[in-house]
Design a protein around this ligand. Sequence first.
Ligand SMILES: [Zn+2]
Length: 318
Amino acid sequence: MLDLTRRGLFAGAAATAAATMVPRASLALAPSLKGGGYFNYKVGDFDIIALRDGARTFPMPDGFVANISKDKAIEAAAQAYIPGGNITIPFNPMLINTGSKLVLIDTGNGAGAFEASKGAVGNLKNSMAAAGVEPKDVDIVIISHFHGDHINGLKNADGTPAFPNAEIKVPAVEAAFWGDEANAAKANGYNKGNFAGNKKAMEGLKTTPYEADKEVAPGITSVSTPGHTPGHMSFVVSSGNGKLFVQSDVTNIPAFFLRNPDWFVAFDNDPEMAKATRHKVYDMAAAEKMLIAGYHFPFPCMGHVEKDGAGYRLVPAV
Ligand SMILES: [Zn+2]
């Protein structure tokens, strides 16, 4: 069970001071918060540290939601208090200290994006430093899927491995799909353009492929949740009586695609499959009253899912 005691949520005064929470009502202000931040909590005996890589706010692009009008998408953003015809997407990797291994799930937008965005994103290392963790301390990096906001942090600005002592575990289906540029013909619009960037992000790194339903680190089991990308993975983190479902990108921002699971985000490679996965995951999460963490959920990016009409709603855990 999630330890919601004060001790569990704020393990020490330093953590309290450094937990740079972004109030949900101020979500659109997130990019002005430089330098990242972290938030720690317990799942069983495991320490979970939600890490802010940052957030991007940008004008709602055409086709951001592929199967509704742009006006309707802008209206949905306004209802989620993202004003001015914009959309805001936060990015939140996660560290898990299992007691025997320090595990990082996904790596943020990376050093290049930090420069280009003037610090709005690419803050993972700053956030880790605030939490007292050095990149060399990480034993295992688990990648959920091959999109730039999850894999571009695998390398430093000079191309060297960002986590020099870590085994890098990647979904076998993802490695095979993105490793063959002929698959660009089968990818949707957004994903077609990702092959070159993915190659650059992964090139020269020693990786270990993993399959679904495997213990990829102590207490962390991979779960196949395809659609967003062909080999997209989620994870069940289990310790004692505690359980956390790390959904990765089953949905992008919950105000849109958890609230409306049948909406297609432009990043989904197979929208119909992604929609089916959303229903399956959230029906399960709602029935089991499971704590769920999302890479693009508002920081500290975890809560519970309830059914709400034809869709779902996220009830933040803090
Ligand atoms: Zn993502």
